[in-house]
Design a protein around this ligand. Structure first.
Ligand code: MLT
Length: 310
């Protein structure tokens, strides 16, 4: 049987599949047309977030028996179309959550202390200590939007920094929030005016598209720091740029751009916008977990064994 891998996973994952006798083709960076032309020949497909597995791709995937997503979020896969076509979709939902939570803290600290801009100034031969006056996390209020697995890990880490952690998540119970040490609020409107730092951990859906736009920014505290390691499009980047230009938003840390993989964003003109290209899951450890586990799931699926599906 043949497996097509269209986004890079670790060599160990590929070796597991080849070791079981599968023919594995790694074809990274395919265009949508190339994918459509290639996919009928394969019994399984493995992707990360870059490949869009649309309904059209699924219709073309006549021999496909399982789709593996080497990561958490499946918003690049038309899961409904796959289910209707009888193709199970599996992911590795805890593989990269620690990496994502750590990247969130890294961006929060980098934004609060202007680390990239300060580092750049030194690289450029300037010694300008007075230019960079940051903020502590200690005793500040962090609002977490979305208290799922990653939001929960961020809460634990933020509490270790001495932050007061509050949250908004209509799907989270009061008891889970209190286990996490998070004061759960009933509405965004209550949270926005009291948060010094805001971090977003919700999926990208119609409901969360531009969840933070000009109206929400106008309700935030002056000097707020925002972090988005969730998905592009949840924060309206143009609105955030306006509020940064007005000095209302002190800084931001953004790992997910709306136009990904295009690097264009109105935020790029601000030194205090710390921007990374979708690196939340990019650690040796997370990629090892994701690649190895997805390979095992896909192999099990092809062998007719039970596989946890989304
Ligand atoms: C995820 O949703 O798990 C990440 O976006 C994975 C990735 O980096 O591909």
């Amino acid at each position: 049987m043949k497996i097509l891998v269209t986004d890079k996973i670790v060599d160990e994952g590929i070796a597991i599949l080849r070791g079981k006798g599968y023919e594995v083709d790694t074809r990274y960076g395919m265009t949508p047309d190339e994918l459509l032309a290639a996919v009928p020949a394969y019994d399984a497909l493995i992707v990360r977030s870059a490949t869009c597995v649309t309904a059209e791709v699924i219709e073309a995937a006549k021999n496909c028996k399982i789709i593996g997503r080497a990561g958490v979020t499946c918003d690049n896969i038309d899961v409904d179309a796959a289910t209707a076509a009888g193709i199970p979709v599996c992911n590795v939902p805890t593989s990269n959550i620690v990496s994502a939570a750590e990247h969130t803290m890294a961006l929060m600290l980098a934004a609060a202390r202007e680390i990239p801009a300060a580092s750049n100034s030194l690289h450029e031969g300037r010694w300008s200590r007075d230019e960079f006056m940051g903020h502590e996390l200690f005793e500040k209020t962090l609002a977490i939007f979305g208290l799922g697995r990653i939001g929960g890990l961020v809460a634990e880490r933020a509490r270790a920094f001495g932050m007061r952690v509050i949250g908004y998540d209509p799907y989270c119970s009061v008891s889970r929030a209190s286990q996490l040490g998070v004061a759960l609020y009933d509405s965004m409107d209550e949270v926005l005016p009291v948060a010094d730092f805001i971090t977003v951990h919700v999926p990208r859906t119609e409901e969360t598209h531009h969840m933070f736009s000009a109206e929400e920014f106008s309700k935030m505290k002056d000097g707020v720091v925002l972090v988005n390691t969730a998905r592009g499009g949840i924060i309206d980047e143009a609105a955030m740029a306006d509020f940064m230009a007005a000095g209302r938003v002190f800084a931001c840390g953004v790992d997910m751009l709306e136009a990904e993989p295009a690097p264009e964003t109105p935020l790029s003109e601000f030194d205090r916008a710390v921007l990374t290209p979708h690196l939340g899951a990019n650690t040796e450890e997370a990629q090892a977990r994701a690649g190895v586990n997805i390979a095992r799931y896909v192999a099990n699926g092809l062998e007719g064994l039970v596989v946890p599906t989304v």
